[in-house]
Ligand binder design. Structure first.
Ligand code: 1CP
Length: 361
């Protein structure tokens, strides 16, 4: 991490207009360029398993914490300092842009996002206006603070993908089977398409705010899209996700696309337009590369539960991931899904240094 710039240029930006993070291992791997070592970061590295995070958050509701730039900055930096990861991920949540445009929702401890009036009819579309940067001034401010602090360490911005956001809106909260969501998708395809299109605009606007503020990569989390068959994904979801990727193309910022249980969807997710495809632990990276096709970097894919096994098991499973990744055009090491809340933070720190050691060139 580096000091704040005194040159008058935006913080985190070099003379040539490139971000100070441009040549980082993480951004090089996203661009499929040679790297000094395989870069590592962890989904859900900010918060969750860190005692210093829990201490900071004491008495502050989750959504409120996302609106306090200094707190967001500190929470985002905690795992970078502690684990020496190759990228920071902005501390926020996928439902923040929905809250910002006036949807009545909360994030309940131990539950997740809960929407007061679930989305079910065409009249509900009126509640989904586009997001304006002035709706999320705290995001712009926090990213400004962060890029100044992070220097050459890249900051990943993120948003929820249209399907995953729709699932929370339509179900009204976390769901195992997504039955109301699928009922709308199968039963009223026109309303469904309009809903996803609206969510694509909101998501694209939210990502653009983060890019304009200095995020050096963006990840679209389609966590629950693995619940769909490929034909339904192609027909009912892919156009909206592709719209998001198109909208944020051409900013020189790599776009990452991630979902869980997406083995059968990897080819289509590649087609949706991202530069990097995130893979969960169910498909070896060599096979994932075959499914995704050429011209994409891959991110993944150690089972987060492996971190509960002993050090030797972690190292053995890590070598398996690295060897499956050996022939890839670009590889970013990550878990196959987020850090589990009771993970020992020291196991994460050891894992970062193990991957760096094993892949040093
Ligand atoms: O990665 C990071 O460390 C940055 C912070 C971050 C991110 C990237 C948070 C903070 N949330 C997210 C994304 C997110 N939020 C996703 C996609 C990633 C994933 O699949 O894990 C999803 C599905 C959500 C929705 C959400 N928000 C849930 C899941 C509920 C379910 O359906 O099972 C939960 C529990 C939350 C609350 C939340 N978000 C973040 C934190 C630290 C918390 C817990 C806060 C609390 O309870 O006080």
């Amino acid at each position: 991490m580096s000091e704040r710039t005194e040159t008058g240029r935006p913080a985190g930006q070099q003379e040539n207009g490139r971000s100070a993070a441009y040549d980082s291992a993480f951004l090089r791997a996203c661009r499929r360029e040679p790297v000094p070592h395989t870069p590592v970061w962890f989904m859900r590295q900010a918060g969750r398993s860190l005692p210093e995070y829990r201490k900071l958050r004491e008495g502050i509701p989750m959504l409120e914490s996302c609106m306090r730039p200094e707190l967001v900055t500190e929470i985002t930096l905690q795992p970078v300092r502690r684990h020496d990861v190759d990228a920071a991920i902005f501390f926020s949540d996928i439902v923040v842009p929905l809250k910002a445009i006036g949807i009545d929702l909360d994030i309940k401890p131990g539950v997740g996002p809960v929407v007061a009036e679930p989305f079910r009819t065409r009249a509900d579309l009126d509640r989904l206006r586009d997001l304006d940067p002035s709706d999320v001034p705290y995001v712009t401010e926090a990213i400004g603070l962060l890029t100044a602090e992070l220097g050459a360490t890249p900051l990943i911005g993120f948003a929820g993908a249209p399907f995953t956001l729709a699932s929370y809106l339509v179900e009204g909260g976390p769901s195992r089977n997504h039955e109301h969501t699928k009922a709308l998708m199968y039963g009223d395809p026109e309303l469904w398409a309009d809903l996803l299109d609206r969510l694509a605009d909101i998501t694209a606007s939210f990502l653009k705010v983060q890019i304009a503020a200095g995020a050096s990569a963006v990840q679209l989390f389609d966590s629950w899209v693995g619940a769909l068959a490929p034909a339904d994904y192609r027909r009912s979801v892919m156009p909206a996700s592709a719209k998001v990727f198109d909208a944020v193309a051409g900013h020189g910022v790599p776009r990452i696309h991630f979902g869980v249980g997406t083995g059968e969807l990897l080819g289509l997710m590649g087609e949706a337009g991202a530069d990097v495809v995130g893979v969960d632990w169910r498909v070896p990276l060599s096979e994932a590369a075959r499914r995704v096709g050429p011209g994409k970097a891959l991110q993944g894919n150690l089972d987060p539960a492996v971190l509960f096994a002993g050090r030797e098991a972690v190292e053995e499973k890590t070598r398996e991931v690295l060897s499956a990744a050996a022939g890839l055009e670009g590889h970013i090491f990550n878990l196959g899904h987020g850090v589990l809340p009771t993970t020992d933070p020291e196991a994460l720190t050891r894992l970062v240094s193990y991957v760096h050691e094993q892949t040093a060139r």
